[in-house]
Design a protein around this ligand. Structure first.
Ligand SMILES: *Cc1c(COP(=O)(O)O)cnc(C)c1O
Length: 367
C-alpha cells in the first residue's frame, strides 16, 4: 500500500539530529521561551523575509492572537466582518468566531480552489474590516488582487499560511510576507511539521509584533507587568528545537513535492479525473495534490483497491457543519461542489519514483 503520508518515516530522517538536540535540551534544563524559541523565531523570520516572527502554540492560536492583537490596537472590534473563503479548513473560520468577529464566507475559484477576488469585492460592507486569505492546499491566493482590494477599501489583509510554508510569489516574497500578517501551523502533517503542536505569526508591523510577543505569554513582557489580558500560547522550546532542524530541509522537500506534481501534470491522464491548477509552480508547495472527480467515492475505492491511500480535504464545508447552524441556510454551490468532488493523492518528499509512476499509471487507467 502506498501510504498517503508516513509521519514516522518523514521524521526518521532526522532521528540522530533530534536525539542530539534532546540531549542538549536535557543538559540545559531550559524548557519554556528559551534560546531555541528565540533562535527559531529569527531563523523563520529570515526565511519568510519578515522583520518579526512570534512562535506560538498552534495555527489556530496564531490566528486568534492576530485578531485579539488587532482588537487591542483598536483596528478591530466585536461584530466586525471578516471575509474568508467558504471552502477553507474550519480552523480559519473558528478563529474569527471565537474572537467575537463575524465570518463572511465567500466562494472560491473552482480552478485554483482559492478565494475569488470578484466575490470578495461583492461581499464588502461598511462593517468589513479584514480579509483572511488562505493559501489553500499550499497554493498562494491571488496576491495582487487581494492586496489591491485591501488597499482600495482600507481593509486588513491576513494570511492563513498554515499550508504554504515556503511558497514564493512572483516578486520573490514568500508566504507569510505578502500581507499585513500571517498565521502558520506546524502541525505534524504540514510541510514544516513539528513533533507535536506548534505555530507562528509573521509580520513586518512592529506595533503588532510587540503586542503579540506579550499576548502569547499572559500579556507580560520581560517583567511581571501585564498590559493586556493575555494567554498561554507559547511555542514549546523542544518543538522549536526540532523545527530548527527541519527548516533546513524545507526548500529541498518542497522542490521534491513540485517535481512529483510536475510528473503528475505531465503524465496523468484520465477523462474522469480533473487535475489541479498547474501554472505558477513556485507559488505552490503542494501541501496537498487535490484532484476532482464527479465519482469521487468510486475513484477513492478504485485507488484503494490498487494499493493507493487517499484522503478528502475536506468532506463537509463549514457552513454545513452542525457547529455553524447559523450559516446553514446560505448557499455556496461552488464550495459544495468542491467538497463533493475533491480527492487528495499522495504527494510528499519521501514518495519513491516508482510509487509516483504507479500512481500515474493507476489514475491514467481509470475509466
Ligand atoms: C492546519 C490548519 C490550521 C490550524 O492549525 P493547527 O496548528 O492545527 O491549529 C489553520 N488553517 C489551515 C488552513 C490549516 O490547514
Amino acid at each position: 500500500m502506498i501510504k498517503f503520508l508516513d509521519l514516522q518515516k518523514i521524521n526518521a530522517r532526522f532521528e540522530t539530529q533530534f536525539q542530539e538536540k534532546f540531549q542538549d535540551f536535557l543538559s540545559l534544563g531550559q524548557y519554556i521561551l528559551g534560546e531555541e524559541v528565540s533562535t527559531f523565531e529569527s531563523e523563520y523570520a529570515k526565511y519568510c523575509g519578515t522583520k518579526y516572527c512570534i512562535g506560538v502554540s498552534s495555527g489556530l492560536d496564531a490566528l486568534q492572537l492576530i485578531f485579539e492583537a488587532y482588537k487591542i490596537l483598536g483596528k478591530l472590534e466585536d461584530g466586525d466582518e471578516i471575509i474568508v473563503p467558504a471552502n477553507t479548513y474550519i480552523a480559519s473560520i473558528l478563529a474569527i468566531s471565537h474572537k467575537g468577529l463575524k465570518p463572511v464566507l465567500v466562494e472560491p475559484n473552482l480552478e485554483t480552489f482559492n478565494i475569488n477576488p470578484i466575490e470578495v469585492e461583492k461581499a464588502i460592507t461598511p462593517k468589513t474590516k479584514a480579509i483572511l486569505g488562505v493559501h489553500l492546499y499550499g497554493k498562494l491566493y491571488d496576491v495582487a488582487a487581494l492586496n489591491k482590494i485591501s488597499k482600495a477599501y482600507n481593509l486588513l489583509l491576513i494570511e492563513d499560511a498554515a499550508q504554504a510554508h515556503g511558497a514564493v510569489y512572483r516578486d520573490g516574497r514568500k508566504a507569510g510576507n505578502v500581507s499585513n500578517t500571517a498565521a502558520f501551523s506546524f502541525y505534524p502533517t504540514k510541510n514544516l511539521g513539528a513533533l507535536g503542536e506548534a505555530g507562528a505569526i509573521t509580520t513586518n508591523d512592529s506595533a503588532l509584533a510587540e503586542v503579540l510577543y506579550r499576548l502569547r505569554n499572559y500579556g507580560r513582557g520581560t517583567s511581571y507587568k501585564n498590559d493586556y489580558k493575555g494567554y498561554n500560547c507559547r511555542l514549546d522550546e523542544i518543538q522549536a528545537a526540532f523545527l530548527r532542524i527541519k527548516l533546513n530541509y524545507l526548500d529541498e522537500d518542497n522542490n521534491r513535492r513540485r517535481e512529483i506534481a510536475s510528473r503528475y501534470f505531465q503524465d496523468m491522464n484520465s477523462e474522469n479525473v480533473k487535475l489541479p491548477y498547474s501554472k505558477d509552480l513556485n507559488e505552490h508547495v503542494f501541501h496537498l495534490f487535490v484532484v476532482r472527480s464527479r465519482r469521487r467515492e468510486e475513484l477513492k475505492d478504485y485507488l484503494y483497491k490498487n494499493g493507493i491511500e487517499t484522503f478528502v480535504h475536506y468532506p463537509i464545508p463549514t457552513h454545513k457543519q452542525k457547529a455553524y447552524q447559523g450559516l446553514n441556510n446560505q448557499k455556496y454551490p461552488i464550495t459544495e461542489k468542491i467538497h463533493k468532488e475533491v480527492l487528495s493523492l499522495p504527494i510528499n518528499q519521501l514518495l519513491e519514483t516508482q510509487e509516483v509512476e504507479k500512481i500515474v499509471a493507476v489514475i491514467s487507467n481509470y475509466k
